[in-house]
Ligand binder design. Structure first.
Ligand SMILES: Nc1ncnc2c1ncn2[C@@H]1O[C@H](COP(=O)(O)OP(=O)(O)OP(=O)(O)O)[C@@H](O)[C@H]1O
Ligand SMILES: Nc1ncnc2c1ncn2[C@@H]1O[C@H](COP(=O)(O)OP(=O)(O)OP(=O)(O)O)[C@@H](O)[C@H]1O
Ligand SMILES: [Mg+2]
Ligand SMILES: [Mg+2]
Lengths: 258, 258
């Protein structure tokens, strides 16, 4: 039975893709069969895993629009045990196209076309775009757990209450089994008081929902995608990679998965 | 005759709001009457200018949905000569609501409801959300100039070609007078080779379209929004503020506005 997470935050640039790619790689490195589904038209997770010609590939757009296409779209990655449903620009028109379906149907397309294929995986991570539109709602409807990367800065903190509200609405109307699994503090900068202020604020409000592991700001993480590699492969010794390996360990513990 | 700019980049967290707020403040500081229009449901530009109870205010959502409402929504800011059309969460449903209008109409709502009121301003800046959806397309249809903040990192660079393609499509179908005014390099980190690589790459491809002034990564910029102030007011001496003052000067020169 797969454990399926949506990596969500409508605030842009907070580390959703970086967390999806590196957490996915760390989980696969423990031998667990892991799937990443790239739901962002930018296709950053797809590029970050080494795919350079994604525009010609079948993508998550095809998954949303035609049932039974899962195995035609699925790609192995350079990392053993890690697979991906890639994304490309075809997905950018999806929000408007999905809006044409009836309310109540358009939110469930991903769930219908993806869920039947997940049992062969141990962990599934859905990378979402920076918005609370139909693509993200489809992701929230298709999973049981939400992981929220939260940049340790003011604007990111401001958006958290709206995100938690949206999760509650989806729980009430579409997916009652949806749970906020946890919040991962990202880009923690030890040189500034701002990061600690935000971190303390979030921990005091959300307590145990916040992972003990935080991800430091570390330039090696930002360098890795230009080589088409997760930071863990690009430079396993750097602080950023070590933090993502720790995060994977903590997630496995919280899932009771020894 | 106002000079109207859309601040656009679908990549999240690249400094769109920070550029809108600080460039707007710098232009107002020269005595030019400046308007900021916040088109992001997150409402970060509204918060960054000191508005703490934006959820109760009329917003850019009202501007999009009802003609003639401009003066009911307009707010002065704490900065002389700087005004704002605020945003709040009401805007988050707009993309789906706008999708119901006929193609050809839904892209022009902002232009119809905003443009008639712009002549009393010298400069107008539209802060866009991190997507190329209907809100951003409405912004591109309503302006003559596009300013693209570009974070000096790999994923941000990857998205640039898609953004330039979208601008060409809008030029061809909706707004023939739309021009890419320029690209502003943001969060330039002198400690890493990555920033210089990205900057050199962009300058070699786009030459003069790239502003000479770049914005350094500077923690004081990230601290300012928690005080509801632009960095220029929070700490005018810091490197970030000085860079935005230089950017305003360069923009005025490029506009032939002594
Ligand atoms: N811990 C970190 N230290 C330094 N840089 C980081 C870190 N995490 C992410 N980055 C960099 O910051 C930028 C934003 O991260 P990323 O693209 O993963 O965020 P995102 O939330 O997926 O963005 P979007 O909202 O556009 O989807 C990227 O250039 C990435 O390489
Ligand atoms: N030059 C800079 N140095 C340091 N921090 C910065 C700089 N510019 C912006 N920031 C910080 O980086 C984060 C992202 O910036 P900002 O919110 O302006 O980007 P954005 O493109 O508007 O994001 P979104 O895509 O969510 O709208 C914010 O926390 C901001 O305070
Ligand atoms: Mg992303
Ligand atoms: Mg913004």
């Amino acid at each position: 039975m797969a454990k399926v997470f949506a990596i969500v935050n409508q605030k842009g640039g907070v580390g959703k893709t970086t967390t999806t790619v590196n957490l996915g790689t760390a989980l696969a490195a423990t031998g667990r069969k892991t799937l990443i589904v790239d739901l962002d038209p930018q296709g950053n997770a797809t590029t970050g895993l080494g795919f350079t010609s994604k525009e010609g590939m079948k993508s998550s757009y095809d998954l949303l629009t035609s049932p039974g296409s899962f195995h035609d779209i699925l790609q192995p990655t350079a990392i053993p045990h890690l697979f991906i449903i890639p994304s490309n620009q075809n997905l950018s028109g999806a929000e408007i196209e999905l809006a044409r379906f009836k309310k109540g149907e358009r939110e469930l397309l991903l769930k219908e076309h993806l869920t039947p294929y997940l049992d062969e995986y141990d962990y599934v991570l859905l990378d979402c775009p920076p918005s609370l539109g139909l693509l993200t709602v489809n992701a929230l409807a298709a999973v049981e757990k939400v992981l929220v990367p939260l940049q340790c800065e003011f604007y990111a903190l401001e958006g958290l209450s709206q995100l938690l509200k949206t999760i509650r609405i989806v729980q009430g109307k579409i997916n009652p089994s949806l749970v906020l699994e946890g919040i991962v503090l990202t880009m923690f900068d030890t040189r500034s008081a701002l990061s600690s202020q935000v971190a303390n604020d979030v921990r005091s409000h959300l307590g145990k929902k916040v992972y003990d592991t935080h991800i430091p700001r570390n330039v090696r993480i930002a360098e890795a995608p230009s080589f088409g590699k997760p930071a863990i492969l690009y430079d396993i010794k750097c602080l950023g990679s070590q933090a993502y390996l720790d995060l994977a360990k903590e997630l496995l513990q919280r899932e009771g998965d020894k």
